[in-house]
Design a protein around this ligand. Structure first.
Ligand code: DAH
Length: 341
């Protein structure tokens, strides 16, 4: 009788194991059949107590055989589930080892730096030297040596950040002209790109910190025609096309005559926008022939030498070239803006 129930139990359980659809179902069968307490096989072995000793040994053997078979079947089935699981995971998570690695993210140059370098290359090719000067300047270099004495109204045109001890943050790159004349003497061809600072309220077209590129050429019999030639060469190089310009008289104590070279606003095409203050034109390039007094102050004989100078607004130029409508973007450090260039 016990023989039969063991055989039935074995066959039935093997069938259930074979049919199991999930590890959970398999585990349920295991507990039901092989569980130590209340499992079907455990139940049978309890009944063995009533048997005669030789019968008990035979049934015991039978029971162990069945238990072993069921354990093997369970392990095999579990192996199948594990393998299927692994295969599914590998299919879902595979990595293509032949793909190139992403590599480190590379930065790039700021739009102003790019324009600055292009202009440096251009002017170097025209025989100019690139000079650097301090951002913290003395009153002498920023004003006096440029023919702007203390009581001169032109000092009020530039709202200056004064520092302790009478020094200041340079309000333009023009002091580097003076340093260039002192250091190199005539004949001289120099440019000086760099930052300048003014105590201004900030809006779409004004910043307290901005970039200029100063230029100066001193030689024998330099004329306005020379000046215009270099300015046109410069603008064509930057905009890769003829920019519409106009020349107005402009006043700067360090040049005589002085001019304002304006460029038609490339953002609005001359119709008027915040950058050109609705005028259609942008002041880009103040320039002129060097005032003899400036030469004299730096020890150059104005009877023998003369020259031209210009102070290009690099920040404005970058805004025109890249159609940037708000100057504050340039120093804002927002990568969403910078990554467009
Ligand atoms: N330094 C002047 C400024 O920032 C610009 C300037 C005007 C520079 C005329 C020059 C020049 O060299 O000749 O307002």
């Amino acid at each position: 009788m016990l023989d039969e129930s063991i055989q039935e139990l074995e066959a039935g359980s093997l069938a259930r194991i074979a049919r199991a659809q999930s590890p959970e179902e398999l585990e349920a069968v295991r507990v039901e059949v092989l569980g130590r307490k209340g499992g079907a096989l455990a139940q049978v072995s309890k009944d063995m107590g009533k048997l005669a000793p030789e019968e008990r040994a035979r049934i015991g053997k039978l029971l162990n055989g069945a238990k072993q078979k069921l354990e093997d079947a369970l392990a095999a089935k579990k192996g199948q589930f594990d393998e299927a699981d692994l295969r599914a995971r590998l299919d879902g998570e595979w990595i293509d080892l032949t793909l190139p690695a992403p590599g480190p993210r590379r930065g790039h140059l700021h739009p102003i730096t790019r324009i600055q370098r292009e202009l440096e290359d251009l002017f170097v090719s025209l025989g100019f030297t690139v000079l650097d000067g301090p951002e913290v300047e003395t009153e002498y270099y920023n004003f006096d040596a440029l023919n702007i004495p203390a009581d001169h109204p032109a000092r009020d045109m530039q709202d200056t950040f004064w520092l302790d001890g009478g020094n200041l943050l340079r309000t333009h790159t023009s002091p580097v002209q003076v340093r260039g004349m002192e250091r190199l003497g005539p004949p001289l061809r120099m440019i000086a790109p760099g930052r300048a600072f003014r105590n201004e309220s900030v809006d779409a077209s004004h910043e307290h910190t901005f970039y200029q590129l100063e230029g100066m050429m001193i030689d024998r019999e330099v004329s306005v025609a020379h000046l215009l030639y270099f300015m046109k060469t410069l603008l064509t190089a930057i905009f890769h096309r003829e920019a519409t310009v106009r020349l107005r008289p402009g006043y700067f104590p360090f040049v005589e005559p002085g001019f304002e070279l304006d460029i038609q606003c490339l953002i609005c095409g001359g119709a008027g926008c915040p950058v050109c203050k609705q005028s259609g034109w942008v002041e880009l390039l103040p320039c002129g022939l060097v005032n003899p007094q400036v030469l004299r102050l730096s020890g150059i004989d104005p009877g023998a030498w003369n020259g031209f100078a210009f102070g290009l607004g690099l920040t404005r130029l970058a805004m025109m070239r890249y159609a940037i409508d708000d100057i504050r973007h340039l120093q804002g450090g927002d990568l969403r803006f910078l990554e467009q260039f």
